[in-house]
Ligand binder design. Structure first.
Ligand code: FAD
Ligand code: ZN
Length: 477
């Protein structure tokens, strides 16, 4: 092992190989602090060539590589396997964390092609800023954007709050540079909008959670910057009404509708409880709320009027109970804070059993009604913390213990609770992970829901690209 460390030192320099347990600990712990396991070392290459040399060494020594970007992933994908799992999945038993954060250059911006070429370790917020500096928009946006990195975003096919208009990370990528599991560098950095020359290889690596290779750089799509935004909080009777409102707004506003986030009254009550400065724009509590956003790249003038008119029509059809349109940027930010503070408010409230599910958009209200009722029957008094990207059919469908219940006893039943949630998802032809991926958290759970044929095809792809099984073993598969 000391020989391996010395060889790593000679590739990336001694300062870029961390072995001191105290220094390694943050890299060995996942965001939710659910997984912790020490790797042999944390290795921080600064170039694609260094990544390739490290991978060649790991291939030769059968050392498992755990790629890590910002380490904000929520399913234990970016941290090493525990010893007993490592014994099962890693032939040598040795794992390193490969931290990509030093590969953080913006290589090129092309405002005519509307593309930006960046390295994997570029923090998402920095990438957004680089696009803005060129007068363009990079639309991927999520609450972890100050620390997650584009390599991690692509590897988890991240979603976020603008999927409704711009799609997932998968829809934003035109080309990739990837270090393959044998150390070869695949230069697929083509910024082409059209290319029909066979299999779309880059898409294999998107959402692969580091199990097929290491993304070192990407060519991404840019869009015109919005000149105007209009933001509103709308109160409604039910998720079914929210779906009707979505349809109505898409008809009235077209693709200017860029955000449509559902939040239950209970979610906002948690935000108000744990962020005492919170002010809701309504005097009365309503069952459900939608935060919606319109963006326009052309004229600023008509956007507010379009929104007001669309909401007035929605009120005539009794779709909305009340609505508050932000009058300025500060008010818009305050409305977005209601949505963005939900995850942190949940943390303050205590432990919850979390799910990031999707079902066909048109069935989401029915899913909530049916599954809420099933959970109430099986676990009386549970408190549903349901919010999320209704416009994408994707919910953060989280479940808090009954008020006053023993948290530990409730959490011990997490797999029973998740079984109800996920079996219901399956009946609705949905997905048990719409955003966060499988990692090690849902590696075994997925076997119940994906067909044996689909699992077999995934295993064949894995075996073809990574026959030694060194790329993030024990994750996804
Ligand atoms: P990491 O956590 O470091 O890694 C994630 C996975 O990708 C791991 O399997 C890792 O091995 C692999 N990986 C990382 N870099 C590379 C690379 N260069 N090559 C190959 N494999 C690699 N997700 C959403 O989709 N939508 C949201 O709205 C959203 N909101 C979030 C809010 C918060 C507060 C937090 C903490 C997380 C949120 N997430 C969300 C989770 C989301 O997956 C991550 O934020 C992000 O996409 C992961 O990026 P990262 O750089 O932190 O990746
Ligand atoms: Zn989300």
């Amino acid at each position: 092992m000391t020989q391996l460390i010395e060889q790593l030192n000679s590739i990336v320099g001694k300062a870029a190989v961390i072995t001191d347990p105290q220094e390694v600990t943050p890299y060995a712990t996942d965001w939710r602090k659910r997984y912790f396991s020490m790797p042999l070392a944390v290795v921080k290459p600064a170039s694609t060539a260094e990544v390739a040399a490290v991978v060649k060494l790991c291939a030769a020594t059968r050392t498992a590589i755990v790629p890590q970007g910002g380490n904000t992933g929520l399913c234990g994908g970016a941290t090493p396997l525990a010893a007993e799992d490592a014994g099962r999945f890693v032939s040598s038993g040795a794992q390193i964390v490969l931290k990509l954060s030093r590969l953080n250059r913006v290589r090129a911006v092309d405002p005519v092609s509307n593309t930006i070429t960046v390295e994997a370790g570029c923090v998402l917020a920095k990438l957004q800023q680089a696009a803005a500096a060129a007068g363009r928009l990079f639309p991927l946006s999520l609450a972890a954007e100050g620390s997650c990195e584009i390599g991690g975003n692509l590897s988890t096919n991240a979603g976020g709050t603008a999927v409704l208009r711009y799609g997932n990370a998968r829809d934003l990528v035109l080309g990739l540079e990837v270090v393959l599991p044998d150390g070869q560098i695949w230069d697929g950095l083509r910024g082409l909008r059209k290319d029909n020359t066979g299999y779309d290889l880059k898409q294999l690596f998107v959402g692969a959670e580091g199990t097929l290779g290491i993304i070192t750089a990407a060519v991404l799509k840019l869009f015109p910057r919005a000149r105007a935004k209009a933001t509103a909080l709308v109160a409604l009777e039910s998720p079914a009404r929210a779906l009707e409102l979505l349809s109505h707004l898409q008809g009235a506003c077209g693709d200017r509708l860029t955000g449509f986030e559902l939040m239950s009254a209970f979610c906002l009550s948690l935000v108000a409880k744990h962020y005492p400065a919170t002010r809701l724009p309504f005097t009365q509590v309503h069952p459900q709320y939608v935060l919606l956003e319109l963006s326009d790249t052309a004229s600023a003038e008509n956007l507010d009027a379009t929104l007001q008119e669309a909401l007035a029509k929605a009120a005539e059809r009794s779709l909305v109970l009340d609505a508050a349109v932000a009058a300025n940027e500060a008010q818009a930010a305050a409305l977005w804070a209601l949505r963005e503070n939900i995850p942190e408010a949940q943390v303050h409230e205590g432990q919850q059993i979390k799910h990031d599910i999707s079902v066909p958009i048109s069935r989401i209200a029915e899913y909530i009604a049916v599954t809420d009722a099933e959970l109430e029957r099986a676990f009386p008094g549970v408190r549903m913390v349901t919010f999320g990207h209704l416009g994408d059919g994707n919910l953060h469908y989280n479940i808090a213990p009954p008020a006053g219940a023993d948290e530990g006893a409730f959490m011990a039943r997490a797999s029973e609770v998740s079984r109800v949630v996920h079996d219901s998802v399956a009946r609705f032809s949905g997905s048990i992970s719409a955003e966060h991926g499988l990692g090690q958290y849902k590696r075994d759970e997925i076997l119940r829901y994906k067909s044996p044929l689909e699992m077999e095809l995934m295993r064949r792809i894995k075996a073809a690209l990574d026959p030694r099984g060194i790329m993030n073993p024990g994750k996804v598969l």
